[in-house]
Design a protein around this ligand. Structure first.
Ligand code: SF4
Length: 325
C-alpha cells in the first residue's frame, strides 16, 4: 500500500502494494494513468525510497566512486532503530560501500523484511557466498555493471568475479538490475551492455551520470557528458533496443534542477541527507538522524519532495519500461 496520501504517522507497508503506485518487474515504481501526481506530492508524508548505508567499506575502488570516506558500521541495534523510524517508506536500499561485506547481512535483511521492499545495491563479488542466503528475502539486487569486459575492468574491477556473482544471484532466483555510471569512455559499450542485460534477463538497466565527489574528482573533465549528450545517447540506445527486441527497462538520470536532491541517503551514523544538492559542500544537505527521529519528521524539512516523488515515478528522467517496444 502506498504511503502517499496516508495519515501523518503511517503504518509499515506490507509487501502487497496497492493503490496508485505499483512496483514493477522492471524494479521501479509506476503511477496508474488516472492518478494525479501533483496531488500525490502534496499528500506524501514519507519518502517512497531511501538509501541506507550499512557500511562504507568496499573491496573495489571504482574510478567514479563518490563514497570514499570511511565511517564505523552501524550496529544491529542502530539498524533496528532505523527500521522503526523508517515506518512509512516503501523501499529501502541496503547499500554501501559494499553491503555483502557485512557478515551479519542476513540479520540486517531480517530487520527490514517486514514491511519494506528491499533493494540491494552491490558489486556482487561475494555473491557466491551470500546470494543463496538472501533468496526470497530481497526484492532485487542492483549490481554495478559497466559494460563489456575491457570497459568494466578499466573503470570498476574484476569482470569475471562479478559475472560469477551475477550468476549466483540468478541461480538463487533473485531478480537483478544493472547500474552503470555513464562516463564518456563507457558510452560506446552501452549497446553491448544492454544485450548482456537482455541475455541475463536483467529487469532494469539504470544509467546515471557521474557526480563530482570522491574518486570522481580525479576523472578527466571530458568523462562528464552533458545532459544533451545523455539524451542523445539514450535515444540511440532506445533505437537499438527496439531493433533487437531487448527487454530490460532502461532508466537514465541526468543531473538537472528537476533531479537535484531527489535521493535521501542515510549514512552509517544515521545522518540523513538530501543528495545531490549542487551548491552544498560534498553535494549533500544534512536533514536529521533516522536513528533518533522518525523519517516523517525529516520529510517535513526536506526541500526536494517534488523532485523525489517525480524522479522515483520516472517523471523527471529518461525511461523505457520493461518489455516496451
Ligand atoms: S562504486 Fe560501489 S563498488 Fe565501486 S568502489 Fe564505490 S562502493 Fe565500491
Amino acid at each position: 500500500m502506498t504511503t502517499l496520501g496516508m495519515p501523518p504517522i503511517p503504518a509499515r507497508n506490507t509487501a502487497e502494494h496497492t493503490g496508485p503506485i505499483r512496483f514493477t518487474d522492471g524494479h521501479h515504481f509506476t503511477l496508474s494513468p488516472d492518478a494525479d501526481l501533483a496531488a500525490l506530492v502534496d499528500q506524501a508524508t514519507a519518502p517512497m525510497s531511501v538509501i541506507l548505508q550499512i557500511t562504507k567499506r568496499c573491496d573495489f575502488d571504482c574510478n567514479f566512486c563518490s563514497e570514499t570516506m570511511q565511517m564505523r558500521d552501524p550496529t544491529l541495534a542502530d539498524l533496528e532503530s532505523a527500521a522503526s523510524n523508517l515506518a512509512g517508506v516503501q523501499r529501502v536500499f541496503l547499500s554501501g560501500g559494499e553491503p555483502l561485506l557485512r557478515r551479519d547481512l542476513t540479520d540486517i535483511v531480517e530487520i527490514f523484511t517486514d514491511g519494506f521492499i528491499i533493494g540491494l545495491p552491490t558489486n556482487a563479488t561475494r555473491g557466491v557466498d551470500v546470494a543463496p542466503k538472501l533468496a526470497g528475502k530481497i526484492a532485487f539486487a542492483n549490481i554495478g555493471f559497466d559494460g563489456p569486459r575491457s570497459t568494466f575492468q578499466r573503470v570498476r574491477g574484476d569482470y569475471d568475479k562479478v559475472m560469477t556473482g551475477v550468476n549466483a544471484f540468478r541461480e538463487a532466483g533473485i531478480p537483478i538490475s544493472f547500474s552503470t555510471v555513464a562516463l564518456r569512455s563507457v558510452l560506446h559499450g552501452l549497446p553491448y551492455l544492454l544485450q548482456i542485460a537482455d541475455v541475463l534477463d536483467v529487469g532494469k538497466l539504470k544509467l546515471i551520470l557521474p557526480l563530482r565527489k570522491g574518486n570522481a574528482l580525479d576523472l578527466p573533465e571530458n568523462e562528464f557528458i552533458t545532459v544533451e549528450e545523455a539524451r542523445d545517447h539514450f535515444a540511440r540506445l532506445m533505437e537499438l533496443r527496439t531493433t533487437h527486441a531487448w527487454t530490460p527497462a532502461v532508466r537514465m538520470t541526468p543531473w538537472t534542477a528537476e533531479t537535484e536532491g531527489h535521493m535521501l541517503v542515510i549514512e552509517p551514523n544515521g545522518v540523513t541527507r538530501a543528495w545531490p544538492v549542487y551548491n552544498q559542500p560534498d553535494l549533500w544537505m544534512p536533514l536529521g538522524n533516522v536513528f533518533h527521529e522518525p523519517i516523517t519528521d525529516i520529510w517535513q524539512r526536506y526541500p526536494y519532495k517534488e523532485n523525489h516523488v517525480r524522479k522515483y515515478l520516472g517523471d523527471s528522467i529518461m525511461t523505457c519500461a520493461r518489455g516496451d517496444r
